[in-house]
Design a protein. Structure first.
Length: 277
C-alpha cells in the first residue's frame, strides 16, 4: 500500500512539474532567424552571389561605359571606379539582436540594437570579405550606403575594419539622413546618396539585401515590379541582391508601413496578404 501511495505521489508531482513548464511563446521571426543563422542554404546562397559578383568586377572595370546607376546616361570619362554596398545583412550579420528578441518573446528592441552597434562585433557574412578585398585589389573604391543613423559612423567603421573589409575612413560611410546638397530626399531613401557617389565615381556594381538598395519605388509589389522592369537584366550582372527573411520593405508592406498598429492587427493583415490554395 505504501509503495502504491509513493508511486501515486511521484506521478502527481511529475504531472505538476510538467504542467509548470510553459511552451515557448510564438514569435513571427523565429523561423527566419533560425534559417539565417543555421541553414547551409543561406550560407551557400551568400557565397554563390558574392562569387558571381566577383566574376563581374573585371569585365565591368574594362568597359569604360559600364554604369550600375539607374539614371540617365552621363559622362563617365575620368571617373574612378567604385562599388556601392549596403552594410547590414549584406556585409554584416546582425541577427543575434533578432534572436534575442525571439528568445525573450518580445518586440525588436532598438535599445539593444544601439548597444550592438556600439560593440562593433557583428561578423562578416559568407563570401563578403573576399569579394570586397578582390575589388580593393583592382583599385575599386567601396562606398557603404547604410540606413544606420548619423553618429554611428565611427562604430560602424570599427566593425567593418574588425571584420576585414577595406575602408580608408568614415567618409566612405553614408548613413541615413546624410546631407546631400541639391537633393531633397533623406531618411532611408538612398537615391540622393547614390547620386552623390555617381558624381564622384563610375559605379561598377551595387550589392544589397533590399530592393531599395538599387532603385526607389513605393513599398508595393506592383510598383516595384514596374520600376524594376527596365533593369531586369542588371540583376546578377550589375546589381546583386541577397536574401533577407528577417526584415525589409516586404515585412511592413501588408500593413502599409503603419508601425503604430497593434501587433495582432499587423499579423492579421500579413495573413490576409498570403496566397492560399
Amino acid at each position: 500500500m505504501r509503495g502504491t501511495a509513493s508511486l501515486l505521489t511521484a506521478c502527481v508531482l511529475a504531472s505538476l512539474l510538467t504542467g509548470c513548464q510553459q511552451a515557448p511563446k510564438g514569435h513571427d521571426q523565429l523561423d527566419a532567424v533560425l534559417w539565417t543563422q543555421t541553414a547551409i542554404e543561406h550560407e551557400v546562397l551568400y557565397q554563390q552571389i558574392y562569387a558571381a559578383a566577383t566574376r563581374q568586377l573585371q569585365p565591368a572595370l574594362a568597359d569604360p561605359q559600364w554604369d550600375a546607376l539607374a539614371q540617365a546616361p552621363r559622362d563617365l570619362s575620368g571617373l574612378p571606379p567604385a562599388l556601392i554596398v549596403d552594410i547590414d545583412e549584406t556585409l554584416l550579420d546582425n541577427t543575434p539582436v533578432n534572436a534575442k528578441a525571439v528568445v525573450d518573446g518580445g518586440a525588436y528592441d532598438y535599445a539593444e540594437w544601439y548597444r550592438w552597434v556600439e560593440k562593433a562585433e557583428a561578423r562578416a557574412l559568407p563570401g563578403s570579405v573576399a569579394f570586397m578585398q578582390a575589388a580593393a585589389q583592382l583599385g575599386i573604391t567601396p562606398y557603404y550606403l547604410t540606413n544606420r543613423e548619423p553618429g554611428q559612423e565611427a562604430d560602424t567603421l570599427r566593425n567593418l575594419r574588425r571584420a576585414g573589409f577595406p575602408i580608408d575612413d568614415a567618409g566612405q560611410i553614408l548613413t541615413a539622413g546624410t546631407a546631400i546638397g541639391g537633393c531633397q530626399q533623406a531618411g532611408s531613401d538612398k537615391t540622393c546618396r547614390r547620386q552623390w557617389v555617381g558624381e564622384r565615381a563610375r559605379v561598377l556594381l551595387m550589392v544589397g539585401d533590399s530592393y531599395g538598395d538599387f532603385i526607389a519605388a513605393p513599398n508595393r509589389l506592383s510598383a516595384q515590379r514596374q520600376m524594376a522592369a527596365p533593369y531586369q537584366a542588371w540583376f546578377g550582372q550589375r546589381w546583386f541582391l541577397l536574401p533577407n527573411p528577417t526584415y525589409g520593405g516586404w515585412y511592413t508592406a501588408p500593413y502599409g508601413d503603419r508601425d503604430e498598429l497593434p501587433d495582432g492587427e499587423k499579423r492579421a493583415l500579413k495573413q490576409r496578404a498570403l496566397i492560399l490554395p
